[in-house]
Design a protein around this ligand. Structure first.
Ligand code: EPU
Length: 338
């Protein structure tokens, strides 16, 4: 475990923002993490994982701990399922591919999501009809102040739409060190509820899909509309889909019957933020090196040398225009590091 000084964070955040860390330390084990959290004489601690859901807006006068703890272990096995424990620093998609290679089902709809496994519970990652909470059993996390390890069950995590305990009361308090998933070994429960998956499988002439087919379909769909961060810096969906109450929604949809939406419950409706932003004419637009992706208006991109402040400037313009046009407030989904 070595503390380095003045390290560029450009390779460590998928937006590709070139901000500096005053101090930087790679964490490869639980022991490293404990030692690093006990170091004295450094400014604030900043926990960095896959860097795929953050926008850094300035140099960090902090000790940045890059969580890179690797490892996977089957901790329980039955006839039809396994409990797989994955250490926080495992790259999410590589882990999903490993599960597919072992014919473990449950994560296939979450293929190609960027980031590390340890941060997946923080925002309850989700895509194509599945959320992390659907396969989550528990996670372990180290308390930043006293370095004790605590186990969090599904109930403890208070998962919601792109939300959890770790974004609310538990914010900046714990570092997740591992996650345990329940995965099927047979009788996989395929989720093809998303029309796009069904269409893709039909195009390929697949009538009885396997979990690998579902993963392939999700990868193809994602690649067709989401930019590869290695090619064009981005953090996936920059905004959350706003949730309206039933009466707000009825008012809205009467005025805009063509809008795209999902019913969440009898009382709540999610409106597609990508649609709202697209209708406001932002798709493919750019302001300096900050831009809106040409295939998906929900995704902001860095065309090369955008600063975090420039991306925020564009995001604010979008939020204001959507509010002035539709009376709906959209909010960022990514963590903005100020
Ligand atoms: N739409 C437009 N124009 C656009 C983008 C979208 O009209 O530029 C319309 C689409 O035609 C569609 C609707 O808006 O009818 C919804 O769009 P889409 O399905 O592409 O995306 P989403 O449902 O808003 C969410 C997640 C994604 C996830 C997909 C698939 C959020 C904020 N985003 O997007 O997650 O991959 O569903 O499940 O919930 C992420 O979090 O980084 C992410 C990519």
């Amino acid at each position: 475990m070595k503390v380095q000084e003045n390290i560029s964070l450009k390779p460590y955040n998928t937006f590709g923002i070139d901000a500096m860390a005053r101090f930087f330390c790679e964490i490869n084990s639980i022991e490293d993490l404990k030692k690093a959290l006990q170091l004295k004489g450094y400014p604030n601690i900043f926990i960095l994982s896959g860097g795929s859901n953050m926008l850094i807006t300035k140099d960090l006068d902090a000790l940045v701990l890059f969580i890179n703890i690797k490892g996977k272990e089957i901790v329980e096995e039955a006839n039809d399922h396994v409990y797989l424990k994955v250490m926080a620093g495992e790259v999410w998609h590589d882990m999903v591919l490993w599960c597919l290679a072992h014919d473990f089902g449950g994560l296939e709809n979450l293929s190609l999501i960027p980031g590390h496994t340890g941060t997946a519970p923080i925002q309850n990652i989700g895509a194509y009809g599945v959320e992390l909470k659907d396969v989550f059993i528990r996670c372990e996390a180290m308390h930043i102040e006293d370095q004790t390890i605590k186990v969090f069950t599904q109930d403890d995590c208070h998962f919601g739409y792109r939300d959890s305990y770790f974004k609310n009361d538990g914010k900046d308090t714990y570092v997740i060190t591992s996650v345990v998933f329940r995965l099927t070994k047979k009788n996989h429960r395929l989720n093809t509820s998303y029309g796009a998956i069904t269409t893709q499988l039909q195009d390929w002439g697949i009538e009885k899909p396997t979990i690998q087919d579902i993963s392939n379909a999700v990868v193809a769909i994602r690649q067709s509309k989401l930019p590869d961060p290695k090619v064009l810096g981005n953090s996936g969906s920059f905004f959350k889909n706003p949730i309206l109450t039933k009466s707000e929604f009825e008012h809205f949809i009467a005025a805009h019957p063509e809008a795209k939406f999902y019913k969440v419950s009898e009382e709540a409706y999610k409106v597609a933020a990508g649609w709202l932003i697209d209708q406001c004419g932002f798709k493919g637009k750019r302001q300096g090196d900050a831009g809106v992706h040409k295939n998906q208006a929900l995704v902001l991109v860095n065309h090369g040398h955008a600063t975090g402040a420039e991306i925020i400037g564009l995001a604010e313009k979008i939020m204001t225009t959507v509010f002035e046009t539709y009376g709906i407030r959209i909010t960022p989904e990514v963590n903005i590091i100020k």
